[in-house]
Design a binder for this molecule. Structure first.
Ligand SMILES: [Zn+2]
Ligand SMILES: [Zn+2]
Length: 133
């Protein structure tokens, strides 16, 4: 795979087939315009996940870039549609499936003092997971 190209994978909701999450992986020096300001400066590559908890950028060091890219390529090629879904917060590890905002029941927990603590989601099958903290 040419490292110049951003690698993009979309995961659909297992319940309604609408978009549940999108992952974009790119080498940081080639930051696409749309993502300007998102990348962590010192990382070799950046993975952006747009999912049920919003958008997050994850720093991917050079040492794990090839593994991460290969995992996502399995999803792109259809060999393993869910490969890489664990990088998103739309993924239920019990079901091994992704769900959209409408199908996760999402509750944000706030500590006393108003600080954001964590987001707990319940998937359509009733599995409770911490989606974000
Ligand atoms: Zn859905
Ligand atoms: Zn589940």
């Amino acid at each position: 795979m040419a490292q110049r190209d951003a690698l993009e994978v979309v995961y659909s909701c297992a319940a309604c087939q609408s978009e549940a999450a999108k992952i974009v992986l790119f080498v940081s020096t080639e930051l696409p315009q749309a993502y300007a300001g998102q990348a962590l400066k010192r990382s070799f590559a950046t993975l952006i996940s747009a999912d049920v908890c919003g958008k997050v950028s994850i720093s991917v060091p050079r040492a794990s870039y090839n593994t991460t890219a290969a995992t996502l390529m399995r999803a792109v090629s259809g060999t393993d549609a869910m490969a890489g879904a664990k990088y998103t917060r739309s993924f239920c590890p019990t079901c091994q499936l992704c769900y959209c905002e409408e199908h996760w029941r999402i509750a944000e927990h706030v500590e006393s003092g108003g600080w954001y603590d964590k987001t707990i989601g319940t998937c359509p099958k009733g599995h409770r997971h911490i989606l974000d903290d």
